[in-house]
Design a protein around this ligand. Structure first.
Ligand SMILES: *Cc1c(COP(=O)(O)O)cnc(C)c1O
Length: 358
């Protein structure tokens, strides 16, 4: 069997969830959209269900997959419904829905619901993507509060620049949110992972951690708090071939790497079709049998090449870690490859996932 694997540490996932809730000081929805950022939504939700206050996903299909797997905890649709025809399913499965557009308010008002729904009413506090502006938000709050089909309203907003610790934008957005929600009944929700880790004074009843659950730091700097994050995914594979090449000889497509000395090349069963970044440069760190090593040559669809010259003991069968281990955090690897820490695990496919506890 091809040796490419993604080890998923469910104990680390639970530890990161607990950290998020501790930092938030209230309740936390575990964001498991996009198949739990590539980690497997069903298994991650099952691992968290005993302690999670609820889950959040992007689409009703993602929510129904969790319900079909027996997850009975609250599940929030972060973008709400895409079409009013989803409302009966939302009611049937007891899903929570965000509402952030005037047409969604209208659809809800026209829906003859069999039960009172939980609505997360979304304010646009400055990101200008989803959400109602202040006046429309307050009007919608009054309108929805009066509807029998709406049982509970949580007021939410989303931050655009919480990962930039030198930007005033987060405090400006929080101030708009405070103004918009002043005097209105209901719980509040503001923070995503970067806000939880970087803005301890931005508080709300509910937090919505995503990336940090998977152990990646979305901030550009480390702190005593981010040091407590534990990586969840460990991407690894093995050396499947090796050869010596002479100085001046190239490796791989486009001859992007040319040996400056006699070099031993190892071929690893991992490529961009598995989610490894295609444009990882020469020198990108890997770990070979526990020792720091380096990528050489362009990443192919199914394989990549590493420099084994200084790894005398390594050869065919040697274990190569691509990310997740010591010194190989997503936050360090991603910028070197011109991608974000969010993209790396989300792109993982074809690789066998193996779930481990601790
Ligand atoms: C994806 C998402 C989150 C989680 O964001 P992270 O940066 O991964 O923590 C929170 N809230 C909303 C509305 C989202 O869409």
């Amino acid at each position: 069997m091809r040796p490419a694997r993604a080890l998923i540490d469910l104990d680390a996932l639970r530890g990161n969830y607990r950290l998020a809730r501790e930092l938030g000081g209230g309740k936390a929805l575990a964001v498991v959209k996009a198949d739990a950022y590539g980690h497997g939504a069903v298994r991650c939700a099952q691992a968290l269900e005993a302690e999670a206050d609820g889950f959040a996903v992007a689409t009703i299909e993602e929510a129904l997959e969790l319900r079909a797997a027996g997850i009975s905890a609250p599940i929030l649709l972060l973008e709400g419904f895409f079409d009013a025809s989803e409302l009966p399913l939302i009611a049937e499965h007891g899903l929570w829905t965000a509402v952030g557009s005037p047409w969604q308010v209208e659809a809800l008002a026209a829906f003859d619901s069999p039960l009172a729904l939980t609505v997360w009413l979304k304010l646009d506090s400055g990101m200008h993507r989803l959400g109602l502006d202040v006046d429309a938000f307050r009007a919608a709050h009054a309108r929805l509060s009066a509807l029998p089909q709406v049982g509970r309203i949580v007021m939410m907003t989303h931050l655009a620049r919480a990962d930039e610790l030198d930007s005033e934008r987060t405090h400006e957005q929080a101030a708009v949110f405070a103004t918009a929600t002043a005097g209105l009944a209901g719980e509040t929700s503001i923070c995503n992972s970067p806000a939880l880790l970087g803005w301890p004074d931005v508080r709300s009843d509910w937090v919505r951690p995503g990336l940090m659950l998977y152990g990646a730091n979305p901030l550009a700097v480390d702190s005593t708090v981010t040091a407590r994050l534990r990586p969840v995914m460990n991407m690894r594979s093995k050396v499947i071939a090796e050869r010596w090449i002479e100085a001046g000889e190239p490796v791989g497509y486009g001859a992007r790497f040319v040996a400056s000395q006699r070099t031993r090349v190892g071929v690893v069963a991992m490529g961009y079709a598995d989610g490894y970044p295609q444009f990882a440069p020469n020198g990108t760190p890997v770990v070979i049998d526990g020792q720091p090593g380096a990528l050489i040559g362009r990443v192919s669809m199914d394989m990549l090449t590493v420099d084994l010259t200084a790894h005398a003991q390594a050869g065919v069968g040697s274990e190569v870690q691509l990310w997740g281990g010591q010194g190989l955090s997503l936050a360090e690897l991603a910028p070197r490859c011109g991608v974000s820490a969010y993209q790396l695990p989300c792109a993982v496919k074809r690789v066998r996932r193996e779930y481990v506890e601790g």
